[in-house]
Design a protein around this ligand. Structure first.
Ligand SMILES: NC(=O)c1ccc[n+]([C@@H]2O[C@H](COP(=O)([O-])OP(=O)(O)OC[C@H]3O[C@@H](n4cnc5c(N)ncnc54)[C@H](OP(=O)(O)O)[C@@H]3O)[C@@H](O)[C@H]2O)c1
Length: 435
């Protein structure tokens, strides 16, 4: 029976899931490899004595990455250490040693993807990354293979489970962000340092992985408009509901022909839109393409076992390539020339178009609404709906508006002017609306 020697870098959450699933499903995996088997040779960790989430033969563990990278028998390296610096070095060294690589590391791909894919193509090895977006949801394979003949126009997704969990709790329970975050941290659903998740950076990394697959143009984190959840309040969630919307943290990528837009932000979406009912830690990615139309990819976007499913699906595909002496290299991302940043212009944040929800806290006296409308009108922003709420005597009133489509730079200019008005009691709140 043919054995494929594999080395694993990292035995944390995902690494432990990979070891467990390789054991639990060894027979089925063997069938899918036509009788061959995966032979896990070495597992690299930082601390040998640390308790592990899975039973593992201690003789497999090492703290020396060269025991994997320089072992000529190991054909596939799975990178699950996370982070950028060491992971980049390990992956480049593994590629240089002629090994195929499987990774779940979206931060690494978003930051160094062009370099790594170019190195893999040059060395003629595969670099697979299904687990980097959507956890167990096979979105990379769907874009790369299922939709290979189609032309993607737009992708909209909920790709950060922590943000979606927090937003779901805020929406359903009407509680403030800080309180919901503390509880999620206590239960282990959010990291002690939640910034990557709640400030939209993790989702933006994932968008940087998805955009080249959709549109053939690589983008950088600084090309993406990124906004997080911290400024959302129960009041805004209440009005969102009243206007017929649900707030979701979305990644949005759209092809405008000559240019692309890429953004991540809390977004008000109509309650009838499929993504509005995706709650808790679930992920969902909604793709619009020329021939298929709309398609939806939904499931568990993180966690030990769902993510292991994606990692091992890559491992099986690379193993099949090895067994068939083929390389999956060419279709993994579009070929290098298509990745040139000049192939499609990325729209600047100020150029983006959206409808907006706005909430102003202003002095409760005649003429104030007129001042707000005048500033918005001067910036070419047209109002769609207005609700005014008076509070107790002496307290500022709330003016809530939705607008028709406007340009981001005009909106930011208008808000700067309104915030500087003597009648403004607090900075205006803004949430973008997606229809
Ligand atoms: N967790 C998820 O649900 C999920 C979902 C999708 C993608 N991912 C991605 O999967 C990757 C792994 O995530 P994770 O949650 O499994 O991380 P984790 O629990 O922090 O595990 C990281 C592992 O890497 C080892 N490690 C870190 N630096 C190392 C170094 N310099 N040398 C040797 N070993 C090193 C650690 O060793 P010690 O255990 O000895 O400290 C640990 O076993 C990340 O890129 C993450 O973004 C995770």
């Amino acid at each position: 029976m043919r054995k494929i020697a594999v080395g694993l870098l990292g035995l944390g959450n995902v690494g432990a899931g990979v070891v467990k699933l390789l054991e639990d499903n060894a027979e089925a995996i063997g069938h899918r490899l036509g009788g061959a088997s995966i032979d896990l040779r070495r597992v690299v960790v930082r601390e040998l004595k640390k308790p592990r989430l899975v039973d593992i033969d201690p003789a497999l563990l090492t703290t020396d990455p060269s025991k994997v990278i320089s072992d000529p028998e190991i054909k596939i390296v799975i990178e699950l250490v996370g982070g950028e610096t060491e992971a980049r070095r390990f992956v480049l060294e593994a590629i240089a040693a002629g090994k195929h690589v499987v990774t779940a590391n979206k931060a690494l791909l978003a930051t160094h993807g062009d370099e790594l894919f170019a190195a893999a193509a040059k060395r003629g090895v595969d670099l697979y990354y299904e687990a980097s977006v959507g956890g167990g949801v096979p979105i990379i394979r769907a874009l790369r293979e299922g939709l290979a003949s189609d032309r993607i126009d737009e992708l909209i997704g909920i790709v950060n489970g922590t943000s979606n969990f927090l937003l779901t709790a805020m929406t359903e329970e009407g509680r403030p962000f800080d309180e919901v975050l503390k509880e999620a941290q206590a239960k282990g659903y959010a990291e002690a340092d939640p910034s990557l998740d709640v400030d939209g950076v993790d989702a933006a990394h994932k968008l940087c992985v998805l955009v080249p697959l959709c549109f053939g143009t690589s983008i950088k984190l600084e090309d993406v408009l990124v906004d997080g959840l911290r400024h959302l309040t129960p009041t805004d969630l209440h009005f969102s509901d009243r206007f017929g919307y649900v707030i979701k943290s979305l990644v949005i990528a759209k092809d405008h022909g000559d240019s692309l837009e890429a953004r991540v932000h809390p977004t008000m979406i109509p309650k009838r839109f499929l993504l509005a009912s995706v709650s808790g830690v679930y992920n969902a990615i909604y793709v619009s393409s020329y021939a298929l139309g709309h398609s939806l990819y939904y499931g568990r976007g993180a966690g030990m076992m769902p993510t292991a499913v994606a990692v091992i699906s890559d491992l099986i595909e690379v193993s099949r390539n090895l067994l068939g002496s083929a390389s999956g290299g060419a279709p993994l991302r579009l070929q290098a020339p298509a990745l040139k940043r000049s192939s499609k212009r990325i729209r600047q944040a100020g150029e983006l178009l959206s409808r907006y929800y706005l909430r102003f806290s202003v002095d409760d006296r005649p003429g104030v609404l007129g001042q707000l409308a005048r500033v918005l009108g001067e910036q070419a922003i047209s109002i769609s709906e207005v609700v005014q709420e008076r509070h107790a005597e002496g307290r500022p009133a709330s003016v809530i508006m939705t607008t028709h489509v406007a340009k981001e730079q005009d909106m930011q200019a208008a808000l700067a002017l309104i915030n500087a008005l003597p009648v403004s009691a607090e900075p205006a709140r803004l949430i973008r609306i997606y229809e």
